[in-house]
Design a protein around this ligand. Structure first.
Ligand code: SAH
Length: 347
């Protein structure tokens, strides 16, 4: 079976041409898949009955199977999906007061990066997702919002997995989010643990997509412990790659900082970070550490975070605190691990 969400428009055109359908059929089908976002061939009434039959036999409109859904106190929605081979992934929708509707989607089942404070990192790597599996998570949320006369406005590749470890499929998914779903590049964010060659490659893609780097520590000693990939791509190389990205794109980089009490929220780390980022076109997003089963660290207190941000400002480095969302249902940053705890079961 061909997952239609795995095809680009040219690939879809080739497929239908090989079935001896006129070229414009692909565009019609594409509209059903991405703009109308239907989940059945039967409603595609501008396609002939015989074409619909063949599509039914040889293709599927996505492959994600919704297993469970949880809704947090702040209305964050977390969904658990099963993939055809049994792998489980999670995706999150956050609704903000200013009409932003942000889908946080996964790029891998599990993750190979082993960041010690991250639930996905703690579970290990299962497999890469296909571009279709990545995009379909956003399609599902967009479909739901459609029924409420609302629309999906933003997508962040910040769910389970390391997007740059699955570079080709993640970037293909980004293209499909833009060309299919119509999400503007500036409303899409890719977040990476700091895979240096891929950051450089991404800089050359010519995309206006936002780039976020999970920094979390400003010295190699500290970062080696929290993010073991730092041993492969140490801070100097990482910052060089970020500067290359800024030069190539003229775009600002966001640095993410999960504030861990007594660990990376110390004045020493703040000064080291200030020196590291001084003069760079960047922004630091501080987020108090979210609890995960496999890590004993605690989130920094508000006061500690404010002091940290004050020190950064003396270096001219701008930082803000990100509001935590969905923590009560383990939908927060770093909490996705595809475990099912008291979910509202759908099937
Ligand atoms: N692999 C990518 C995408 C994951 S995005 C990356 O590392 O950027 C998830 C973000 O949440 C990353 O910035 C990650 O470092 C951060 N994160 C992971 N665990 C966290 C935790 N327990 N609390 C807060 N943030 C966390």
């Amino acid at each position: 079976m061909i997952n239609l969400y795995d095809l680009t428009l040219p690939a879809l055109t080739d497929l239908l041409e090989s079935w001896e359908e006129p070229r414009y059929r692909a565009k019609q089908l594409w509209t059903w898949l991405y703009q109308k976002r239907v989940d059945s061939f039967d409603v595609m009434t501008n396609l002939s009955k015989s074409l619909r039959e063949r599509l039914k036999q040889e293709t599927t409109i996505g492959t994600l199977h919704l297993v469970a859904e949880q809704i947090s106190r702040d209305d964050t929605v977390k969904r658990l999906y099963r993939l055809p081979d049994g792998q489980l992934i999670e995706a999150v929708l956050m609704e903000y007061d200013d009409a932003r509707r942000t889908a946080c989607i996964s790029t891998q089942a599990g993750c190979a990066m082993s960041c010690v404070f991250c639930a996905t990192g703690q579970m290990g790597f299962a497999r890469h997702l296909t571009a279709g599996e990545i995009v379909e998570q956003a399609i599902h949320f967009a479909r739901d919002l459609d029924t409420r006369n609302d629309r999906l406005s933003n997508v962040v590749l910040m769910g389970m997995g390391e997007p740059f470890h699955n570079y080709d499929q993640s970037v293909a998914a980004v293209h499909r989010l833009m060309s299919g779903l119509g999400i503007g590049a500036r409303h899409i964010t890719i977040s990476t643990v700091g895979m240096v060659p891929q950051i450089r490659r991404f800089a050359d893609e010519g995309l206006q997509v936002r780039l976020a780097i999970s920094l979390h520590a400003a010295t190699d000693d500290e970062r080696n412990v929290l993010l073991p990939v730092n041993k492969r791509w140490p801070l100097n190389d990482l910052i060089d790659a970020c500067n290359y990205y800024i030069e190539q794109t003229g775009r600002r980089v966001t640095f993410e900082w999960a504030a861990i009490s007594g660990e990376n929220d110390t004045p020493q780390q703040a000064h080291a970070l200030g020196k590291l980022l001084k003069g760079m076109l960047c922004h630091v997003n501080v987020i108090p550490l979210n609890p995960t089963g496999g890590y004993a660290g605690m989130p920094s207190a508000v006061r500690g975070i404010n002091d940290f941000i004050d020190i950064l400002s003396t270096y001219g480095v701008r930082a803000t605190v990100r509001v935590r969302r969905g923590i009560d249902i383990d939908a927060g940053c770093g909490q996705l691990k595809a475990s099912v705890i008291n979910p509202r079961t759908i099937e």
